[in-house]
Write a protein of this length. Structure first.
Length: 206
């Protein structure tokens, strides 16, 4: 019995002092072997997700479609697009001023506009319009990326001119809005930050 106890004790001591017999280099070839092709994994994953994705309820009539679309649009504007904006800004009537014709060419004109982004905060814009307007016509807001040349970038002008010559009101998107506060440019003048604009501070567009 004493011999068995000694054997068990030595076994425990040896097990406690034992070190791993494998290294990352020895098991890497095993882990690198794919269990199944990636296409099969993707197919199974899509099937798993599809079975657990709830189906979108379909309105049975066009009238219900229109009602639901109106509700979704209103909720999106309120909860996402205009979230955090003062209600008086969201509900304010649009204010635009037609300043002058800045230039023209075959089939189009360039019109200068001034408008309010929010009440008391103005910016400027240009509009390419057809030289002949009859009734209601289409309009396109070209959402451009930031360009060092701004609206003077050649590709922006060509696109807007082409659209105007096809009988479409065409407006290049706003590149950047700056306001001057004590002769310094403020980051709150950027479009994504204008909700933090302090209406008590006089502002001028540069």
């Amino acid at each position: 019995m004493r011999r068995v106890r000694k054997l068990a004790l030595w076994t425990c001591l040896l097990a406690a002092s034992a070190v791993a017999q494998t290294t990352p280099a020895t098991i890497a070839p095993i882990w690198d072997q794919p269990i199944q092709p990636p296409d099969v994994e993707a197919y199974q994953l899509r099937g798993y997700i599809a079975k657990r994705t709830p189906r979108i309820p379909l309105p049975p009539t066009a009238e219900q479609w229109a009602t639901q679309a109106k509700q979704l649009r209103a909720g999106l504007l309120k909860e996402v697009v205009c979230h955090g904006w003062p209600r008086e800004w969201v509900e304010a009537e649009p204010k635009f001023e037609d300043l002058a014709i800045a230039g023209s060419g075959p089939g189009y004109r360039i019109r200068k506009l001034r408008y309010e982004i929010v009440p008391g905060f103005q910016s400027t814009a240009i509009l390419y319009d057809p030289d002949v307007i009859r009734g209601k016509i289409r309009a396109i807001l070209n959402v451009n990326g930031h360009d060092p040349a701004g609206k003077a970038a050649e590709y922006k002008q060509k696109r807007c001119i082409n659209q105007a010559r096809q009988g479409i009101f065409s407006k290049p998107g706003v590149d950047r809005i700056w306001r001057t506060i004590e002769s310094r440019k403020s980051p709150t003048a950027e479009g994504s930050m204008c909700r933090y604009w302090n209406t008590s501070v006089p502002a001028n567009i540069t």
